[in-house]
Design a binder for this molecule. Structure first.
Ligand SMILES: [Zn+2]
Length: 105
């Protein structure tokens, strides 16, 4: 197993170079836009308090969290394929992608 810790958003990538499909990525939980009621990143009108929430805001939150998951998956894939993900330029790219997701979703 190999673990790479990045200096942005508490991102930590763990993978096995002999079994590249079994990797994982963790990050600072507040990187996600959490449900204000149950604090889950995956809540889509599912908790008891959320049914009355503004639909557009909830959809936007859900889409943003999906984008974050996609970006994290891409980071894992890049690490497994041998790209140096712990470089300042790569980490700046992560930050830019996350900011763009926040501004566009
Ligand atoms: Zn909720």
């Amino acid at each position: 197993m190999k673990t790479i810790e990045l200096s942005v958003h508490g991102i930590q990538v763990t993978f096995d170079t002999d079994n590249p499909g079994g990797g994982s990525v963790v990050c600072n939980p507040n990187l996600y836009d959490l449900c204000p009621h149950c604090s889950s990143k995956d809540c889509f009108f599912q908790c008891g308090q959320s049914p009355g929430d503004d639909r557009g805001a909830v959809v936007s939150r859900f889409q943003f969290n999906g984008a974050v998951n996609g970006i994290l998956s891409m980071i894992l894939a890049h690490a497994v394929s041998g790209i140096d993900i712990d470089t300042p330029a790569y980490e700046e790219g992560i930050d830019t992608a996350l900011q763009a997701a926040g501004e566009n979703l």
